[in-house]
Design a protein around this ligand. Structure first.
Ligand code: CTP
Ligand code: MG
Length: 183
C-alpha cells in the first residue's frame, strides 16, 4: 500500500485524539471560561509536589473529550463520502471509538503530567517526545480497551508523524507570530 494511503488511514483513525489533545489549549485562552479552569488534582500534593499541576483542568478534560467525540460523529457521518472521494478504504470510525480515543488522549496527557511532577518538572517545562506522544499512547491504549486489537503499522506511522506535525505546526505559529519560539 502506498505511503499516502497509509498516512491518510492513520490520520483518519487518530483525528479524534488530535482534536481532544489540542482543544484544551485553545479553550484555556477563553476568558469567560476561566472559572472552570480548576485543576483536576484540586491543588493537592503528593510527596511534596503537585499531583498533576495547574495545566490539567476539568475544563480541558471535558472540552477535549466532548470535541474529540464530536469530530468522531462528523467522521461517521461523512465516512462514506470521504471514502468515495479518495477511493480508498478508511478505518471505520464510530462514536464509541472516538470517545475512547479522546478520553485516552487526555488520560495519557495526565499520566505524563503525573510523571513530570514526580521528577520535579514544572508545568510548561519541556519533556521532548513525551510531551508530543503522551496522548498517542493513551489513545491507542483506550482504543485497545474497546476493540482488543492494535494495528502496529498504524501505531508506528502515527508515532513518527506526530512529532513532525508538532514541529511543523509550531514553526507556522512562530512565523505568524503566535509563538515566541519556533519549537
Ligand atoms: N489543558 C487543560 N486541561 C487539560 C489539558 C490541558 O486545561 N486536561 C490546557 C492548560 O491550559 C495547559 C495547556 O492546555 O497549560 C497545555 O497543555 P500541556 O502542554 O499538556 O500542559 P503544560 O502546561 O505543559 O503542563 P504539563 O507539564 O503538566 O504537561
Ligand atoms: Mg502535556
Amino acid at each position: 500500500m502506498s505511503i499516502e494511503i497509509r498516512l491518510l488511514q492513520a490520520l483518519w483513525f487518530i483525528l479524534p485524539a488530535y482534536v481532544a489533545n489540542s482543544v484544551p489549549v485553545q479553550i484555556s485562552k477563553v476568558k469567560v471560561l476561566e472559572r472552570y479552569g480548576r485543576p483536576i488534582d484540586g491543588d493537592r500534593k503528593w510527596l511534596g509536589t503537585r499531583i498533576l499541576g495547574n495545566g490539567k483542568t476539568w475544563r480541558g478534560l471535558f472540552s477535549g473529550i466532548f470535541m474529540g467525540t464530536f469530530i468522531g460523529l462528523i467522521q461517521v457521518l461523512i465516512q462514506q463520502d470521504v471514502t468515495g472521494f479518495f477511493g480508498v478504504s478508511l478505518p471505520q470510525m464510530s462514536i464509541e471509538l472516538a470517545f475512547m480515543l479522546s478520553a485516552g488522549a487526555l488520560m495519557g496527557d495526565m499520566a505524563a503530567s503525573f510523571a513530570k511532577r514526580r521528577v520535579r518538572l514544572r508545568p510548561g517545562d519541556p519533556a521532548p517526545l513525551l510531551d508530543q506522544l503522551d496522548f498517542v499512547f493513551g489513545a491507542f491504549f483506550f482504543a485497545w480497551l474497546l476493540t482488543g486489537t492494535i494495528d502496529y503499522d498504524r501505531f508506528f506511522v502515527i508515532v513518527v508523524i506526530t512529532p513532525v506535525i508538532h514541529l511543523f505546526a509550531n514553526f507556522i505559529a512562530w512565523i505568524w507570530k503566535l509563538k515566541r519560539v519556533p519549537w
